[in-house]
Design a protein around this ligand. Structure first.
Ligand SMILES: NC(=O)c1ccc[n+]([C@@H]2O[C@H](COP(=O)([O-])OP(=O)(O)OC[C@H]3O[C@@H](n4cnc5c(N)ncnc54)[C@H](OP(=O)(O)O)[C@@H]3O)[C@@H](O)[C@H]2O)c1
Length: 334
């Protein structure tokens, strides 16, 4: 099968591409600029723009999907810089719209859209949320700011793609992904920070974690046998940050964190960061206060549907952390 993959120079895309190649699929990667993750791989490259602005660019994107039976739209952005809102809207909403458009024109059978767990409701560890759990975004992500824009653009992309018609769309919603090839790094930043120095504090909340290989396997299965229009939360172990950081500490050979992070202290710290940013508005990206505060909350979700319908494996998180750490060390990050 021949497929187009966006986001192949990123963490999840790199894992998906390797699984596709391993089973003998022909892979074309739509990239802005190739990077080391693509070195030595037997893939075709296209530098067509994901968001065409003029007819010639649309023709380039159409050529990029030509002959493909499937598209994996994995490219994505999360940042809190000055252009964050525009970038997220471009890649998530306009990029999805452009890919649906060319998919129909080129007769592509199916598009797998990599969204995020941010659009899926959550619950407690005993009663985790799933794809049908309602989510009111304002109390959770606020009414504006990067986290809210991320939610909005991912939600809009899902709505737009599943309602498009003429191409089958399956949505996958990864939670906190851990594994190799996290080149930026994204979720692996916590592992790297803990590898570099002892972190004494842990946030009070928790998350649903998923191995990067398992996440990739689920992407391929969504292409093969996911139900069109359906969403699949990709998550395995629900762990508190304290438990997760305990596992990281074992793998990287450091002491686990011992002090719970006080929400009051975090609010004061976040307010200080906001003040600094206000005084120096064009400065470097600062930690997003809502992301920091969200780590104080337990947001547990279930990947039961993906395990049941897509055969998503359930690799223990410790093994995923080990893969991530070994990759970071091999690449000289440690
Ligand atoms: N990592 C997680 O834990 C996690 C969890 C839930 C959902 N997700 C979602 O999974 C997807 C992949 O995330 P990731 O962790 O692999 O992130 P990543 O490592 O930052 O990779 C992002 C990818 O998107 C590409 N991209 C960004 N803007 C683009 C544009 N304007 N045109 C074309 N390509 C563009 C990047 O290309 P460049 O190399 O050119 O920048 C890169 O290949 C995203 O949609 C993200 O929202 C990730």
């Amino acid at each position: 099968m021949k497929v187009l993959v966006t986001g192949a120079t990123g963490f999840i895309g790199a894992n998906v591409v390797r699984h596709l190649l391993a089973r003998g699929d022909q892979v074309r990667c739509l990239v802005r600029k190739p990077n080391a993750l693509l070195d030595g791989l037997d893939v075709e490259l296209s530098t067509a723009p994901l968001v065409p602005r003029e007819p010639s660019e649309l023709a380039e994107l159409l050529a990029a999907v030509d002959g493909c039976e499937g598209i994996f739209h994995i490219a994505g952005v999360y940042e809190n810089g000055p252009a964050a809102r525009r970038k997220m809207r471009d890649v998530h909403v306009y990029g999805t719209r452009a890919l649906c458009d060319v998919a129909v024109r080129a007769g592509v059978r199916r598009l797998v859209l990599c969204s995020s767990s941010v659009t899926v409701g959550f619950g407690s560890r005993d009663a985790p949320g799933d794809e049908d759990t309602p989510l009111d975004p304002t109390p959770v992500y606020g009414s504006t700011g990067p986290l809210r824009w991320y939610y909005d653009t991912k939600f809009q992309a899902e709505e737009l793609a599943t309602g498009w018609g003429g191409v089958e769309v399956v949505v996958v919603n990864p939670d906190f992904v851990v594994g190799a090839f996290d080149i930026k790094p994204t979720s692996g930043q916590l592992i790297l920070t803990m590898a570099r120095h002892w972190l004494p504090v842990y946030p009070l909340g928790g998350k649903c974690f998923i191995d990067a290989d398992d996440c990739a396997v689920a992407h391929l299965a969504a292409m093969d046998r996911g139900l069109p229009g359906r969403r699949y939360l990709l998550g395995n172990e629900n762990l508190s940050y304290r438990e997760m950081m305990g596992l990281v500490a074992q793998v990287v050979g450091r002491r686990p964190p011992i002090l719970p992070l006080s929400t009051a202290a975090l609010r004061v710290g976040a307010a200080g960061l906001d003040l600094l940013a206000a005084l120096k508005p064009h400065g470097a990206e600062r930690p997003d206060r809502r992301v920091l505060l969200s780590m104080q909350e337990a947001r547990y979700r279930s990947g039961a549907r993906a395990r049941r319908e897509l055969g998503m494996p359930a690799t223990p998180l410790r093994d995923s952390i080990d893969k991530a750490y070994r990759w970071f060390c091999d690449q000289g990050y440690c």
